[in-house]
Design a protein. Structure first.
Length: 303
């Protein structure tokens, strides 16, 4: 014999009466007549073959069977709402303009966008990568969302994760021993460029700009060839580069906060993407770190 089906509308009436301990108040909450709510409870009791309430003139109390059903009823209604909500969200349309750092835009964000679009196929994303120092000030005009880098503890935006700045160069070239030290960096406005120069000046180490580019790939390639030292994030440390630390004569660098910025009056599509990135980006980077540690024979250490 098949189990009786639990109609969500009947369960909704049951939960309303259980919460209010009154058919009259439940009817008001549900915008129905008291007789209609009474009929729904009666139909549910007949379907289950139990009495759900102990009724007196003064009180409406849950029976033992009603107490047993209440938790299940809440869970069924919650799952029903979640399922309907997800299906409705898939129909949301819109364009979301996203600004992000070059390394995150190349390595981290694309798979997160792929999983987002699989859930919300009618949302179109336009992504721009580059220096993010000025991007938050252009929210609304140029961007709906920006993932930007700030000094540790600055308190700007919604904190996503902390990234340690790290010196790096080619695996087989001791370029860090040269004086002046050749650097491959981004143009002015890059926080890592500022920190690198300030750190070297603080220890009075001579340096020169050997290469400047807005291209992540170009900067890393120059460093990989042993032509210069550069600065990268520990979380996205390129496998073709070698880390440098204080043991190699390099001064310690600060840490950066990676933060999410939203424009005012963000669209529903934009809010969905923002929440998705906030929920997934840190875990995704942690997974990359675990894979890298498993793959590499020599672990990367930042001192």
């Amino acid at each position: 014999m098949s189990a009786p089906l639990l109609d969500p509308e009947l369960l909704k009436a049951f939960v309303a009466v259980a919460d209010s301990r009154s058919f009259t108040r439940a009817a008001s909450q549900l915008n129905r007549t008291q007789s209609a709510v009474s009929m729904q409870i009666k139909r549910l009791e007949e379907r289950l073959g139990v009495e759900l309430f102990n009724r007196t003139k003064a009180n409406v109390d849950l029976s033992s069977a009603g107490e047993g059903l209440l938790g299940y009823a809440r869970r069924i209604l919650t799952l029903n709402d979640e399922a309907v909500g997800k299906l409705r969200e898939r129909k949301i349309e819109g364009v979301v303009r996203l600004g992000v750092m070059d390394d995150y835009g190349t390595l981290i964000v694309p798979p997160l966008l792929a999983s987002f679009v699989a859930c919300y196929p009618l949302v179109h994303i336009e992504m721009e990568t580059g220096l993010t120092s000025s991007m938050p000030s252009r929210l609304g005009n140029a961007y709906d969302l920006v993932i930007a880098m700030h000094p540790e503890g600055s308190g700007e935006g919604e904190f996503l994760r902390r990234e340690q700045a790290a010196w790096a160069t080619g695996a087989f070239h001791p370029v860090e021993q040269q004086s002046p030290l050749p650097l491959a960096l981004y143009p002015q406005g890059c926080l890592f460029r500022k920190w690198a120069i300030e750190a070297l000046d603080a220890v009075k180490r001579p340096w020169r700009l050997a290469f400047v580019s807005q291209s992540l790939a170009a900067v890393e390639s120059v460093a990989a060839q042993g032509l210069a030292v550069t600065v990268v994030k520990a979380g996205t440390f390129p496998p073709k580069l070698r880390p440098l630390s204080e043991r190699d004569g390099m001064p310690r660098l600060p840490a950066a906060d990676i933060c999410l910025h939203r424009t005012a009056n963000l669209s529903q599509a934009g809010a969905l993407l923002a929440n998705h990135l906030r929920a997934t980006i840190s875990n995704h980077l942690d997974e990359i770190s675990v894979r890298r540690a498993t793959r590499d024979a020599i672990p990367i250490a930042f001192n």
